[in-house]
Structure formats: structure tokens, C-alpha cells
Design a protein around this ligand. Structure first.
Ligand SMILES: [Fe+2]
Length: 181
């Protein structure tokens, strides 16, 4: 179901991604999104411009797609998705901090800054936090193999403690300036 008004170029992309979501074909979706980030103009022109950080563009039982424009210099808290997640970065950069489970808590494993054009795929068990280290908002499509809106999943605080069910208000209230990383 489209959640906003979109143009044909975006619908073509969604139709292809839906097939990969139905068959859980991560490689197919990554290749599709690599083509997108290397030549994004037509698809980007087909989705709404907005100052909002996050717009839900499309969701059904097999895929969820957001346009994400991450505010610079804010580190968001560690979380999981419980489904394959693929980030297609077409403007600026997106830094991912990866975590490992430690009992019920999580501990930081590594940190990588991905500069556009870049596609980052995360398996269903991945735990990460994101940040935009640049000076301008970045832009990306985040694609999930399932209905992320209804998925129960876990959020941790910035110390990787206090696991709790993900809700958007807590995700935002746990964010902090990146220079404290
Ligand atoms: Fe995420």
C-alpha cells in the first residue's frame, strides 16, 4: 500500500523490490538498489520532497520502504529490525554502529561510514545505530523485508542497556549528539 502520492518511476522500483521481498532475495534487492543509488534522479523525483526526517512511502506484508533524511551529528540508539534491512544511500553519508548481543544487553562491535552511492544490507539478527556525520541531511531509502510498522522489536539505550520494545518516541528521546560517541 502506498502511503503517499508517488510517481511511476518509484512504482517500478517498488514492484521489483516486492518480488525480492516475497522470495526473501536479499542479493536481488541489493543489486536493484545499487542500480538505483548510481542513477537516483528519476526515482527521487517520483517521491515527495519533505523536511521530515522519515517518510513511510510503502508498506505491505512483504516490504516496508521509508525515505530517510538523517539530521546531522545526532546518534540514534541501538535497535534491531527482526527482518532483513537494506539501506540505499543516494546523498551524503550514513554511519552505522554495529552491536553484538551480550546477554540481554548489547555491546559495540564496529563503526563504518558509508558514503553515497552505497547500499548496506543487514541480516535479520543485526543490531545497529545510525548517525549522519556530515554537515547536511543525507538521503536514503530504507527497505525492510516485512511489515516493520507492526513488527515487535527491541530498542536499547545508548549504553546498550535497558532493552525494551521499540517505540518511536523512545527512539527519538534516546538520541544524543554524535560527538559524545
Ligand atoms: Fe535501523
Amino acid at each position: 500500500m502506498y502511503e503517499v502520492e508517488v510517481g511511476d518511476a518509484f512504482k517500478v522500483l517498488i514492484n521489483e523490490l516486492k518480488q525480492y521481498g516475497e522470495t526473501n532475495d536479499t542479493d536481488g534487492a541489493v543489486k536493484c538498489l545499487e542500480r538505483f543509488v548510481n542513477d537516483p534522479d528519476d526515482v527521487v523525483a517520483a517521491i515527495p520532497r519533505s523536511d521530515v526526517d522519515e517518510i513511510l512511502l510503502y508498506v505491505d506484508e512483504n516490504i516496508t520502504v521509508y525515505r530517510i533524511a538523517t539530521t546531522p551529528q545526532i546518534l540514534y540508539p541501538p535497535h534491531e529490525h527482526e527482518m532483513v534491512a537494506i539501506c540505499a544511500i543516494y546523498k551524503g553519508s550514513e554511519t552505522h554502529v554495529f552491536y553484538d548481543p551480550d546477554g540481554d544487553n548489547v555491546v559495540k562491535r564496529s563503526q563504518v561510514r558509508f558514503k553515497s552511492p552505497a547500499v548496506v544490507d543487514l541480516e535479520a539478527s543485526a543490531i545497529h545505530a545510525i548517525c549522519n556525520e556530515g554537515e547536511e541531511p543525507n538521503e536514503s531509502l530504507h527497505v525492510y523485508f516485512g511489515d516493520l510498522e507492526t513488527q515487535k522489536r527491541t530498542l536499547w539505550d545508548q549504553d546498550g542497556k535497558n532493552p525494551q520494545q521499540y517505540i518511536e518516541e523512545d527512539y527519538l528521546s534516546f538520541s544524543r549528539p554524535f560527538d559524545r560517541l
